[in-house]
Design a protein around this ligand. Structure first.
Ligand SMILES: [Zn+2]
Length: 293
């Protein structure tokens, strides 16, 4: 069951952060690598196309990371992804079995199991639940909050967005897209209660939306422009009710992807904690839960 494997990978990352004594942001992957005698080397910026690599040689390993995007958060995430290949059960064996050198494309856009597991390990390591929840309880929800979390945790914007949805009590959907296609989507547990949600599949067409219009001009993505619009649940998820949402959009620069965050200010923090006044409204939602993901 892939969902289970990915949660285990996230938890393994969190455990490593705890073992190394991190009780506040930022977790520092260079320190962790050093403690394990793993050499960490920056890859020349003109070598493009991979986020990093890990090379196993005997009992030692070398991590190479890309500086192509000139972004500290992305570089930290890439190093943590490679550390995932070191710390996750089965990864060293699989990589050594295939010759000992593994090239990565980190940040949630790959479908193979070890790549996704390493991505989830990296987000657990850089953004442990306890620290992330503490941050979220003190900060505003939405793209501004995500960018502040990115800065505090020195991680990639995508990882901060996914962990904000994963650890926060607030309904939030995070969609990463490129051109007119969805690359990756993640919805919080409370967001799933808003209505019957069709799963947004990798490679599916982006709905007609502000995000799709934004992506039509590649300069918006490259210059890390931002946009805000109003949308609704039915636009993004087939067959849903009329729930109005904010659509916040940001280009992720030379990385080439776009982040969309869907939230709504009128949405309750947690349907279970609603008072009587809202009980009727809550009933009318007919909460449904996603199975098997
Ligand atoms: Zn990898």
């Amino acid at each position: 069951m892939p969902g289970f494997q990915l949660r285990m990978a996230t938890q393994r990352g969190e455990k490593i952060a705890e073992e190394f004594g991190y009780t506040r942001f930022p977790v520092k992957p260079h320190e962790i690598a050093k403690a394990r005698n793993i050499a960490v080397v920056a890859k020349p910026a003109d070598v493009k196309g991979v986020s990093g690599a890990i090379i196993f040689a005997g009992d030692n390993a070398t991590i190479i990371y890309s500086t192509e995007h000139d972004n500290e958060g992305f570089e930290n995430f890439s190093i943590c992804h490679e550390l995932g290949h070191w710390f996750l059960p089965g990864h060293p064996e699989e990589i050594i079995g295939a010759g000992g050198t593994h090239f990565s494309r980190a940040n949630f856009t790959q479908n193979t199991s070890i790549e996704l597991e390493a991505d989830h390990f990296a987000s657990g390591l850089l953004l442990p639940s306890k620290l992330t929840r503490r941050f979220l309880s003190d900060n505003q929800i939405g793209l501004d909050g995500i960018l502040k979390l990115t800065e505090e945790a020195r991680c990639s914007v995508t990882a901060a967005a996914i962990r904000a949805a994963e650890c926060g009590a607030y309904p939030m959907a995070v969609i990463v897209s490129k051109g007119d296609q969805i690359a990756y989507a993640f919805t919080s547990e409370t967001f799933k209660n808003l209505g019957k949600l069709a799963f947004l599949r990798k490679g599916a067409a982006l709905p007609i939306s502000a995000t799709r219009r934004f992506n039509a001009d590649p300069k918006n993505v490259l210059r890390a422009e931002r946009a805000v619009d109003e949308t609704d649940l039915a636009t993004w998820f087939d067959g849903s009710g009329r729930v109005v949402l904010d659509e916040e959009i940001m280009g992720l620069g030379s990385y080439g992807y776009t982040l969309t965050v869907l939230t709504g200010e009128h949405l309750p923090e947690d349907p279970l904690e609603e008072d009587d006044e809202d009980a009727e409204l809550e009933k009318s939602w007919t909460p449904r839960f996603a199975y098997g993901r």
